[in-house]
Design a protein. Structure first.
Length: 156
């Protein structure tokens, strides 16, 4: 085998794992049927959401995170934004260029119930200095749970 092929074979597994969901649990990776997948910030959300923690474990996930099924305590960072450009990326992914309003950035803790093999989306709206956050079925967009949160204004 050539030297280039050996390097490619060594690097390929690292690249593949870097593109997958963040792991919001300890231990080894589990199959999709044994975890719940959460997608913060799908293209239809009107606010920015980042998962900062799961059950007290710090994470940073704004695209996709796998968590264990059951009752999960999520720490979420919410912020309003305005869409400036929406474009289709490869496959089902859609990318947005956004302008964040960091002075209204608000962190909340929210306990949700998740099923093994479930695919969820975290979405929301912003109006009158308040967020309405939704846990949705990622495929059907059916709202499973909703939480209203008064925003806390920070000094700009």
């Amino acid at each position: 085998m050539s030297h280039r092929i050996l390097i490619a074979l060594a690097v390929l597994p690292l690249l593949m794992t870097a593109c997958g969901p963040v792991r919001g649990y300890t231990g080894s990776a589990r199959p999709a049927s044994e975890v719940a997948n959460i997608q913060p910030n799908p293209y239809w959300s009107e606010i920015g959401i980042q998962v900062l923690g799961v059950d007290g474990m710090e994470v940073e996930a704004d695209m996709s995170i796998d968590v264990l099924p059951g009752s999960r305590a999520l720490r979420l960072q919410l912020q309003p934004y305005s869409r400036t450009e929406l474009q289709q990326a490869s496959g089902a992914e859609i990318q947005m260029d956004t302008m964040d309003d960091v002075e209204w950035q608000t962190t909340i803790d929210w306990t949700v119930e998740l099923a093994a093999g479930g695919k969820y989306a975290l979405t929301g709206t912003w109006q009158d200095e308040a967020f309405e956050v939704h846990l949705q079925d990622a495929d059907t967009r059916a709202i499973i749970d909703t939480r209203e949160v008064q925003a806390v204004r920070r000094d700009p």
